[in-house]
Design a protein around this ligand. Sequence first.
Ligand SMILES: [Zn+2]
Length: 76
Amino acid sequence: MTKQTSRMTAGYFCEDCEVSIWPAAPRSELAWLKDRIHVVREVAKHSQGGLDIWMADGLAFLEEHRDHSVLVVTKS
Ligand SMILES: [Zn+2]
């Protein structure tokens, strides 16, 4: 487990569906994943169970809402 430096909870919010998820990862990590979704998708294909849980969850959400407007959001 890595120490979380931020007390803010970060997540993804889909504006089209008005649903959100809150993976256990800091905002910077979620923004990173969102920016590199095409890279992470390829990595996921070749590594079975190799992704962190938050990354697998985030990837699943981003795939499900691929053509939607997904934002990285925070709540305290
Ligand atoms: Zn959506």
